[in-house]
Ligand binder design. Structure first.
Ligand code: 5AD
Ligand code: SF4
Length: 442
């Protein structure tokens, strides 16, 4: 067996892609390993969304270069591939900055990896594959071989047509493309047969899903969720990441009607100021967003929310920032991600004149994160003493413990037999530790 080390940066889509790349390379004799040392092939599956994510990749490439040289000294060979969004956006630059990289492969070209490796083995060939062919990149995979895990990702949609002015995704992942619904349902069935009990539907703009079936009928995301909910062994369904503009009526209704659809939604708003939202080209107002939250809470009163926020977007005033804080106070989030605006080359906002000083960005991020943390803390504290369904996913660090998640993705440690992994049980939440809850079976 040859050793394959895949390092994943960024979003869940990348985690999914990494697992599928491992599946693709398995027939070539590659088996996964969890260290780059002595690996026969290293894939860095990169993220380009913020500058820091990209810089991490270059520093990791520096480290890998040493390992590759060690291996060569011992008479071996380590192939190094850079995949993901940095590969798509900076292919040439990667090869110039890190000449020891053997292959650069964009997100739409992973199915070509085996062929690229073979060509490389013959000592010839292109090192960059970064087109957007209409082809379905993983649909040629016969049977996934990696362990499904209790919670499994399933890509239903890729790409984004929204063109938020700060974001590289429409450039790195290309236009929106939805996979055929029958293929997705079949994959969900296969995942559940391999032990998956929770299916997380993935897409850069997942609720824009519009898949065409063999009869030419177009399925919405709500319809797809309903079909997957019909698979007996699928106990929980989630989807991410959604755009407020694409929260269709049937999707909102699904939250009230489909018990397996978890009452938790990641619905990024980015800012609580209409002026900033307009400059970001988000295509909705703060009031639109508030109404969506209210409608979801109306059909599902226990609905919890998370969001992404960007502070220090060009032109953001103190009043704009205060409006963001007010929105956060009003919505009361369960958990959130927040970032300082990072100019990405080639996006409209990067060229905006009124860039915000780094010190202002840092100060605003600090204030926002403290508020978000206090809300997350309050939500966790409020859970103590309550009973919650927990889907057990794996063994805990301490013997005799297993770990699962509540519907709101809070991790819970419970003393219970490993045989309960893959089942949902009622758990009394008893205490809060640093990053998780402790509970007892009822
Ligand atoms: N600067 C800062 N944050 C960004 N995000 C996307 N692009 C940028 C950028 N240029 C954030 C958004 C998005 C999340 C995945 O990353 O909040 O929702
Ligand atoms: Fe980027 Fe999301 Fe906006 Fe698409 S909707 S451009 S992925 S932030």
């Amino acid at each position: 067996m040859k050793k394959l080390f895949v390092k994943t940066y960024g979003c869940q889509m990348n985690a999914y892609d990494s697992a599928r790349m491992a599946d693709l390379l398995a027939p070539l004799g590659f088996a996964g390993t969890d260290t780059a040392e002595d690996a026969d092939m290293v894939i860095l599956n990169t993220c380009h969304i913020r500058e820091r994510a990209t810089e991490k990749v270059y520093s990791e490439l520096g480290r890998i270069r040493g390992l590759k040289e060690d291996k060569a000294r011992k008479g071996g060979r380590m192939l190094v591939a850079v995949a993901g969004c940095t590969a798509q956006a900076e292919g040439e630059e990667i090869l110039a900055r890190a000449p020891m990289v053997d292959m650069v492969v964009g997100p739409q070209s992973y199915h070509r990896l085996p062929e690229m490796i073979a060509r490389l083995a013959r000592g010839s060939g292109e090192r960059i594959e970064a087109d957007f062919p209409a082809l379905e990149k993983f649909d040629n995979l016969l049977e996934a071989v990696s362990d499904a895990g209790v919670s499994a990702f399933l890509t239903v949609q890729e790409g984004c047509d929204k063109f938020c002015t700060f974001c590289v995704v429409p450039y790195t992942r290309g236009p929106e493309h939805s996979r055929p619904p029958e293929k997705i349902v079949a994959e969900a069935r296969a995942l559940s047969a391999r032990g998956a009990r929770e299916i997380v539907l993935l897409g850069q703009n997942v609720n824009a899903y519009r898949g065409t079936d063999a009869r030419g009928k177009v399925w919405s995301l709500a319809r797809l969720i309903e079909a997957i909910a019909g698979i007996e062994n699928v106990l929980r369904i989630r989807y991410t990441t959604s755009h407020p503009r694409d929260m269709a009526d049937d999707l909102i209704a699904a939250h009230g009607a489909i018990e397996k659809l978890m009452p938790f939604l990641h619905l990024p708003v980015q800012s609580g100021s209409d002026g900033v939202l307009a400059a970001m080209n988000r295509q909705h107002t703060v009031e639109d967003y508030r109404q969506l939250i209210a409608r979801l809470r109306a059909v599902r009163p226990d609905m919890g929310f998370s969001s992404d926020f960007i502070v220090g977007f060009p032109g953001e005033t103190d009043a704009d920032f205060e409006a963001t804080l007010q929105l956060v106070r009003d919505v009361r989030y369960a958990q959130c991600f927040s970032f300082k605006y990072s100019p990405r080359p080639g996006t409209p906002a990067a060229a905006a004149k009124k860039q915000i000083a780094e010190s202002v960005k840092s100060a605003r991020l600090d204030v926002l994160q403290k508020l978000l943390m206090s809300q997350q803390d309050a939500a966790n504290r409020a859970a103590i003493g309550m009973t919650s369904d927990v889907l057990f996913e794996k063994s805990g660090r301490n013997p005799g413990q297993i770990v699962g998640r509540t519907p709101y993705l809070q991790p819970v440690h419970v003393e219970a037999p490993a045989a309960l992994i893959g089942t949902v049980r009622a758990v009394r939440l008893e205490a809060l530790t640093a990053n998780s809850l402790k509970g007892g079976l009822i």
